[in-house]
Design a protein around this ligand. Structure first.
Ligand SMILES: Cc1cc2nc3c(=O)[nH]c(=O)nc-3n(C[C@H](O)[C@H](O)[C@H](O)COP(=O)(O)OP(=O)(O)OC[C@H]3O[C@@H](n4cnc5c(N)ncnc54)[C@H](O)[C@@H]3O)c2cc1C
Length: 262
């Protein structure tokens, strides 16, 4: 069985601030990490490998050269191969063109049974790339996977909802997006770390995959970020005082009337 995991290197958003003038992320000095949902996606792939050592897990990422660091972490966790999609021509891609490039790379890898993605990346936050990859490869997709079972060529997925879950059965090949409730990602092992630094990470550029320059990059991206900003902090809340509940209710009603809310 061949399993592909799409993993994105993201800035650790706990430490990211937005430049108030330019409206862009201040990335300087911010450590980059494996996108958390993608760690869950990788863990599920590695569990399949634990059950059947013949399973091959390939991790693919599109990003700058420094994403190799994150790919080495994936290798150290137990992935067999890692591929970096990197080219100036991919720069400025929105989700549509990102998924054009990634789906072409997956087509080049060829023989795959399951594509695991994270539900969403913590920087872009759109949750669009996984579903778009599935569309472009013309394979079924199940998003928000919180439980996964494989029997033969049939996958049973619990799909997380706000107030419950859906149980979905689907045949491979399939694209699934993972949420954090799916599993607890494993740590890297010493052996894995050693192997990760021995393993060559091929870099595929635009000429290595079947995409035209007109399908990737900033110019080909149909969406544009018009502005990003941090919302102004709201003013301090008002505490409704009163000795009894009735006094507090009366005070609240008086304020609501004063503001013509009721
Ligand atoms: C107009 C526009 C211009 C942009 N320009 C730039 C730019 O110049 N530089 C830049 O870095 N970003 C840029 N971005 C952001 C970039 O489009 C997104 O980072 C990227 O498309 C992924 O979207 P997302 O972060 O919302 O991922 P989501 O859709 O939330 O991710 C879902 C899942 O898809 C997979 N995935 C997503 N991205 C990747 C990836 N790169 N590699 C492997 N798997 C992935 C992961 O499994 C992830 O968990 C731009 C976005 C827009 C809209």
């Amino acid at each position: 069985m061949n399993v592909i995991v799409c993993a994105k290197q993201v800035p650790n958003t706990n430490e990211v601030r937005i430049d108030p003038v330019k409206g862009t992320l201040i990335r300087d000095g911010v450590p980059s990490i494996l996108n958390p949902d993608d760690a869950n996606a990788l863990e599920e792939a590695l569990k399949l490998k634990d059950e059947n050592p013949e399973t091959k897990v390939t991790v693919i990422s599109m990003g700058p050269d420094q994403a190799k660091e994150m790919l080495r972490e994936c290798l150290a966790m137990g992935a067999d191969e890692a591929i970096l999609l990197s080219d100036r021509a991919f720069g400025g891609s929105d989700t549509y063109t990102t998924s054009n490039a990634i789906s072409s790379a997956i087509r080049k890898i060829g023989d795959y049974d399951i594509i695991f993605c994270g539900r969403q990346a913590i920087d872009g936050d759109t949750a669009q790339v996984g579903p778009q990859i599935a569309e472009k490869l013309d394979v079924p997709q199940v998003t928000y996977m919180q439980e996964f079972k494989l029997e033969g060529d049939e996958v049973t997925v619990q799909r997380q909802l706000e107030d419950g879950y859906e149980l979905i059965r689907v045949k491979t090949p399939v694209m699934l997006t993972a949420v954090k409730e799916l599993n607890e990602p494993r740590y890297m092992t010493m052996d894995g770390i050693y192997r990760a630094y021995e393993t060559e990470i091929p870099v595929w550029g635009i000429h290595d995959v079947d995409v035209e320059p007109a399908q990737v990059g900033l110019k080909a991206s149909p969406t544009n970020v018009y502005r990003s900003f941090t919302p102004e902090p709201k003013g301090k809340g008002v505490m409704i005082e009163g000795k009894t509940n009735q006094e507090k209710v009366d005070s609240l009603m008086a304020r609501l009337k004063e503001k013509h809310i009721i």
